[in-house]
Each structure stands twice: as C-alpha cells, then as structure tokens.
Design a protein around this ligand. Structure first.
Ligand code: CAA
Length: 398
C-alpha cells in the first residue's frame, strides 16, 4: 500500500528499509539474547538522519513529516522492534516538544546535538505509583532562586541508562488543579543528584535498556523549563499523541514481520504431502493478519497525515495505536502457531516477535487508556448520524 507517498517519503522509507534489512535484521536475534543495544547500528542510523527526523532542517535535522516518521519507525521495527523504541521516543517525545515549545536558546542548545544522535533523548513521566493515572505523580520541583530543586523517583524509562537528556515531568504547584500542577523540565545526565537505577530484565524489547531514574535534590535552572510553568501535563499528553503514532508504527512493523516470516515458512514447510500454505487453517490466519495490518496502516497514515495538516489527531492516534498493537499481538501469536513447535524455540523470529509485541499494548498508554481517549471524543462530539436518539419519554407500544 503506497498511500500516495511523495517522492521524499518513498525515498526515506527506502533508506530505512535498506538499513533495516541489511544492518538490523542480521543482528536482531543476537542483541535480544545479549540484552544489549546495538551501538554500532545506532551510529549508522544517526548518520542516516533517523535521530533527526523531527528536528527542523535549520538545526541540522531532516525536518521530516509525520508520515515519513511513521514509515521509518515501521521499517526499523520490522527488522528489529527494539530499535524502533529509542528512535520513536527520541523524535516524538523529546525533539518534537523542544522544536515546538522550546525557547530559541533551548532549541539552539539541544536540537543540533539531538539531530546527530550525539545526544539521545529519553522521556520520564511514569512513577512507581503513577502509571495510567499520569497526573498523580509525586516527583516534586521546589522553586528556588534562579531555578528548581527536583526530588523524586521515575520508573519504566526507555533507554534510561543510555539517553543523555530527559524530558522530565514534575509537580511544581501541588495546590493547583492536577492538570495544572505539573511542569516539564529538560535534564541532562551528569547533573549532581541525578542517577539511573539498575536496568530491569524484560519479557521483550530486550535490546533496549529500561531503568528507573532517581532525582535527589537535583538543581535545574529556570532555563531548562520547557513551556510554561503548569503546562507540563499538556506537554506530556500532546507529545504522547505523536508518540502513539510512533508506537503504532512500531507495532505495525512487528505485525508485518510476523506475516512475512509466517508466509515464508508456510510456503516451505510441508505436512501431509503439501506446503502448509495450502491448508485453509493456515490461509485464514495469514488472511486475518494481512487484513488487520492493512487496516492498522490506514489508521496510522490517517493520524500522521492529520498531524502534518495541523489538524487535531488525538483520537486517530489513539485508534491507530490501539489497532496496530492488537494486530501485532494477534499476528505474533499466529506466527508462533503457524511455526508450531519451532515457533516456540529461542532463536526463532516468531518467538521474539511474540515477546516484543506485547508491550505495544502497554507503553505510551495501555490499550485501555487508548479506549478512554477514543470514548472521550465520542462523548465530546457524538457522531452526526441520521437516526434520532431513542426517545425514552415516549410511551412504549407494541
Ligand atoms: N493534548 C493536550 N492536552 C490534553 C490532551 C492531549 N492529547 N488530552 C487531555 N489534555 C488536557 C485536557 O484538556 C485537560 O485540560 P484542562 O485541565 O485545562 O481541562 C487536561 O489535559 C487533563 O485532562 P484529563 O482530565 O482528561 O486528564 P486525566 O488525568 O483524566 O488523564 C489520561 C487522561 C488520558 C488517562 C492520561 O493520563 C493518559 O494518557 N494516561 C496514560 C499515560 C501514558 O501514556 N503513559 C505513557 C508513559 S511514557 C512511555 O511509555 C514512553 C516509553 O518509554 C515508551
């Protein structure tokens, strides 16, 4: 499906596809098993501009649109899902908010280094007792002369051990309404009082590190406040709208890989004297995978195109992430089933995809949160539908 890509979008997708198939796919299994991030491939991806997708050209980035960003994340994730996470978080949850909301000085200080990958960006919202209920955070920023003192404990931070700068949400105004009580700070690794916790061992996405972040009396100058005081929750949620397109694209890449590996196996694997692709039991699985992938891709492209047109896309981003992550989990499950016993073995791509897929239904807002976001849009603006609402005050007859 080409969704009328522009020549630039098609060229960027081709660049990502070639890099992913030649340089990521061959090492995906190895780095998953070693639980290690492929640093050499990171440097190559940086040279190709993938860490500057959301950075405007004047700051050394590609200034790519959201459609291109989604296409790149899908291609990278198709070869190595774990590689899609840092590229997505860095671009959508760090570069994009700085480019959109940063002061000229903040943009100049951070964007050129983010664009080249010299500085990897991380995002820090979640806390041990504040996950889906994100505004219930307890990390506190206390105002002092010229800046802020931050104390708190964040968790589930993707690339927490590796990223060099974090967009961190902290409560600056505990007495204000919850959504107005939070501000967003840019905090570089190395400032006194800041540390990453131990890397946690995960079911999937094992090539990325995930850690806690600890803030003990960390001094942050006023110049590192991103956006206005009290706007932090909205900064986080609006960045997550774009981030959800990235995670949707990551899930789509996983689903596509599950279909590709299953179709190839079903063509070559013979049982009862026939390649198993001849059996309807297998065909139906492949057909469902292909159909869900197509539907997810259309939703993703719609959300990305809306963002590029400057239109609201919160609902479409939530729908795209919900659909794509469900498609990924179902496709990976089918891939293991089609591979039979072989699919259950370590070292089989289907097994890794099965483990990698699950988290796309969890991070950057669980599927339940996406449904809440979608439902809120239905409540706020009920569909214009030609049928009148059922009148409960009318006498019941018949
Ligand atoms: N953009 C901008 N503002 C938004 C918004 C959006 N998409 N959605 C809501 N808002 C605004 C609302 O208009 C409201 O503003 P006012 O107070 O001025 O009216 C304010 O934000 C609060 O909105 P809600 O009352 O709806 O907020 P809530 O507390 O009920 O929470 C929620 C809403 C949807 C549940 C939200 O908390 C949420 O999305 N939770 C999930 C958190 C999440 O996605 N975490 C992911 C962690 S990051 C991660 O996973 C990265 C990684 O490592 C891969």
């Amino acid at each position: 499906m080409n969704f009328d890509l522009t020549p630039d979008q098609a060229a960027l997708r081709e660049r990502a596809r070639r890099f992913a198939s030649e340089e990521l796919a061959p090492v995906a299994e190895e780095y998953d098993q070693r639980e290690e991030f492929p640093h050499e491939q990171f440097c190559r991806a940086a040279q190709l501009g993938f860490f500057g997708l959301s950075v405007p050209r004047e700051y050394g980035g590609l200034g790519a649109d959201t459609v291109s960003y989604a296409l790149v994340i899908e291609e990278l994730s198709r070869a190595m899902p774990a590689f899609g996470v840092p590229v997505s978080v860095h671009n959508s949850l760090v570069c994009y908010p700085i480019a959109k909301l940063g002061t000229p000085e903040q943009r100049q200080r951070y964007l050129p280094r983010l664009a080249t990958g010299e500085l990897l960006g991380g995002f820090s919202l979640t806390e041990p007792e504040s996950g889906s209920d994100a505004s219930a955070m307890q990390t506190l920023a206390r105002k002092v002369d010229g800046g802020w003192i931050i104390d708190g404990h964040k968790t589930f931070v993707s690339m927490g051990a590796t990223a060099g700068i974090f967009l961190v949400m902290a409560v600056t105004d505990p007495d204000a309404k919850r959504s107005r009580s939070i501000s967003a700070f840019l905090i570089e690794r190395g400032v006194p009082g800041f540390s990453s916790g131990q890397r946690v061992s995960k079911m999937g996405m094992r090539a990325t590190d995930t850690t806690e972040l600890l803030f003990r009396e960390v001094y942050v100058p006023d110049a590192n406040l991103l956006g206005n005081r009290g706007d932090g929750f909205k900064v986080a949620l609006s960045s997550l709208d774009s981030g959800r397109i990235g995670i949707g694209a990551q899930a789509l890449g996983i689903a596509q890989a599950a279909l590709d590996t299953s179709a190839a196996y079903a063509l070559s694997r013979k049982q009862f004297g026939e390649p198993i692709i001849k059996f309807q039991a297998v065909q139906f699985k492949l057909s469902d995978m292909a159909t869900e992938i197509e539907a997810a891709r259309l939703l993703l492209m719609e959300a990305a195109a809306l963002k590029d047109a400057g239109q609201p896309m919160t609902t479409q981003a939530a729908m795209a992430k919900l659909m794509a992550s469900q498609a990924a989990v179902r496709a990976a499950d089918s891939a293991v089933q089609i591979h039979g016993g072989y699919g259950y073995l370590k070292g089989n791509t289907a097994e890794r995809l099965y483990r990698d897929a699950k988290v796309t239904e969890i991070y950057e807002g669980t599927s339940e949160i996406q449904r809440i976001v979608i439902a809120e849009s239905l409540i706020a603006e009920p569909a214009t539908y030609p049928l009148p609402a059922f009148d409960v005050s009318a006498p019941v007859s018949g």
